[in-house]
Design a protein around this ligand. Structure first.
Ligand code: CA
Length: 228
C-alpha cells in the first residue's frame, strides 16, 4: 500500500541528529511531519492539532514521554503512539505499553522498521473505524455485536458472534481449529473439543446458505466475497 496522502505525524525527539534524520525520511515517504524537541511542546502541539500517529521518545526534557502519553490517554485521545526507547530499559517499555502506547522501537532503530510500524498502526486504526462487515446479505455490527441477515435481526450468542466475525475478517483464508478456538478463549474456561463444532453448526443454521466451508482435517473458511 502506498502511503495515503495527508497522514500527519508528530515526532517528539530531543536528540537533534536523530530527530533531523527521522524527519527527513518521513518527509521523503510523503508524511506530513511536525518535529518538536520536548514534552511540553508535544502537549501544546497535541492540544492544537489532530495527528494520525505520534512518535514519542521516552526520555525528554521538561515533560517526560511517559507523562505526555498518560496525559493523552487520560484525555481519551486514542491517537496511535509509537514509543522510542533506549536499549536496556525494559521497565520503561513495559510502563509505556501499560500507559497506552501501541508499539515501541528500541534505538537505534531501522528506518524501514519505523515506516512499517507506522503503516501497521494506520491500518489497524482504519480497521477499527470500520464498524460493520457485510457479506452476502449478512451484516455484523462490531459495536453493537448484532447481526442482521437480509435486513432481519438474528440473535447470535457472544461466541457465535466472535466466530462469525473471525471468519468474515479472514475471508478466503482457512482458519485452523486452534485459531477459531482462540476466539472463544476467555469466555469458556474449559472449552471442550466439541464446542467449536457446536457453535459452527449453530451459525450455519442461522445464516442462509452454507457459507462456512469445512476444510477437512484443518478448520473452516468463508470464501472471499466477489466485489460488487
Ligand atoms: Ca531523549
Amino acid at each position: 500500500m502506498d502511503n495515503p496522502p495527508n497522514v500527519s505525524v508528530l515526532l517528539v525527539e530531543d536528540d537533534r541528529p536523530l530527530g533531523e534524520a527521522t524527519q527527513m525520511i518521513l518527509k521523503q515517504y510523503g508524511y506530513k511531519i511536525l518535529w518538536v524537541t520536548d514534552g511540553a511542546m508535544a502537549l501544546d502541539a497535541i492540544a492544537d492539532k489532530k495527528f494520525d500517529v505520534i512518535i514519542l521518545d521516552l526520555g525528554l526534557p521538561r515533560v517526560s514521554g511517559l507523562d505526555v502519553l498518560t496525559t493523552l490517554r487520560s484525555n481519551n485521545m486514542d491517537v496511535p503512539v509509537i514509543l522510542l526507547t533506549a536499549l536496556g530499559t525494559l521497565q520503561d517499555r513495559i510502563r509505556g505499553l501499560d500507559a497506552g502506547a501501541d508499539d515501541y522501537l528500541i534505538k537505534p532503530f531501522d528506518v524501514d522498521e519505523l515506516i512499517a510500524r507506522i503503516r501497521a498502526l494506520l491500518r489497524r486504526t482504519s480497521e477499527r473505524e470500520k464498524k460493520t462487515i457485510s457479506y452476502k446479505g449478512i451484516v455484523i455490527d462490531l459495536d453493537r455485536h448484532s447481526v442482521t441477515i437480509n435486513g432481519e435481526d438474528v440473535a447470535f450468542s457472544r461466541r457465535e458472534f466472535a466466530l462469525l466475525e473471525k471468519l468474515l475478517t479472514n475471508q478466503g483464508r482457512v482458519l485452523s481449529r486452534d485459531q477459531m478456538s482462540q476466539s472463544l478463549y476467555g469466555w469458556d474456561d474449559d472449552i471442550d473439543s466439541n464446542a467449536l463444532e457446536v457453535h459452527v453448526h449453530n451459525i450455519r443454521k442461522k445464516v442462509s446458505g452454507d457459507i462456512i466451508r469445512t476444510i477437512r482435517g484443518v478448520g473452516y473458511m468463508i470464501e472471499k466475497a466477489k466485489p460488487d
